[in-house]
Write a protein that binds this ligand. Structure first.
Ligand code: ZN
Length: 285
């Protein structure tokens, strides 16, 4: 067991332990840290000695229903596509989706577009490859890309990483000038998490050690804009996103989807109520 004495993100020593969180994967309660400097929360990935490979293989084995799912357009990705087209003012020519699972997001774009994914699970990657997508099955830091992309997206990935900062730096390098970097992360600075915290109810996004990182908006802006070559162009927060809590109950699923669709389109998405934060940065030089 190794102790942690500084913020895993901004490196400040101004950190404290808030409480301990039961892991859904192991019989262990992980300490939840908070950094007063950047307002992020995090766990120590090495608090106990575990195999991350085995844990993720177990998780993949539990979600094999995705492997047999036919591709069909869904509201979350249609919305993402429309935001991208609005921000780019045209359709992208190339997209890199890091943590692409079976490639569902990439499938929303035309075959003529260079659609590239990165996915560590071979089972998921194989489905994407069969769909005609170009998918790498390695850590992003090991892949030698010989080009940059109009869009680099990372949906629900950065919360999992034991060493996220180098990955964020790699993502930034892979964006073409005038292109977009898109990040979706679970977001603890919203009203929902604050209410659950006060009521002492565990937020479902707290599930160490698969989720290790809870970035503040302040920290994300700081690290992406650090070299002065990115600007924040859009952000919103919403609920459910890819993982709709009602997705197994058809009628509730439909009602929830419709409610969130109108919620997302309204000014309400600017208010920090829900716990999925989408941020969009443009590379300006
Ligand atoms: Zn910090």
């Amino acid at each position: 067991m190794t102790n942690i004495s500084s913020c895993r993100f901004c490196k400040s020593s101004n950190i404290n332990v808030l409480k301990s969180i039961q892991s859904p994967h192991f019989n262990h309660k992980y300490l939840l840290y908070h950094c007063s400097e950047c307002n992020s929360k995090f766990h120590n990935p090495n608090e106990i000695d575990i195999s991350y490979d085995k844990m993720y293989q177990d998780i993949a084995n539990e979600t094999t229903d995705l492997l047999n799912e036919e591709y069909k357009p869904n509201r979350t990705w249609i919305r993402q596509k429309s935001v991208i087209q609005k921000l780019l003012k045209k359709s992208p020519e190339s997209i890199l989706d890091v943590g692409c699972r079976t490639g569902s997001f990439l499938m929303h774009f035309d075959k003529k577009i260079d659609r590239v994914g990165v996915e560590l699970s071979h089972q998921f990657a194989d489905v994407g490859k069969k769909r005609g997508l170009n998918i790498y099955t390695d850590f992003i830091e090991n892949i030698k890309f010989d080009k940059q992309f109009n869009v680099v997206s990372s949906y629900a990935v950065l919360e999992h990483l034991t060493d996220p900062i180098p990955v964020i730096q790699d993502l930034k390098k892979l964006v073409k000038k005038d292109g977009l970097l898109i990040i979706l992360v679970p977001w603890h600075e919203c009203l929902k998490e604050k209410i659950l915290y006060k009521l002492n109810i565990q937020w479902h996004m707290f599930c160490p050690p698969s989720h290790l990182n809870f970035y503040s908006k302040k920290f994300l802006n700081k690290i992406v804009k650090a070299e002065g070559n990115f600007e924040l162009v859009y952000s919103f927060s919403t609920s459910g996103g890819i993982f709709n809590p009602f997705r197994r109950i058809p009628i509730l699923n439909k009602a929830f989807g419709l409610f969130m669709h109108y919620y997302d389109m309204s000014f309400m998405n600017k208010i920090a109520i829900f716990d999925h934060l989408y941020v969009y940065y443009r590379k300006i030089k």
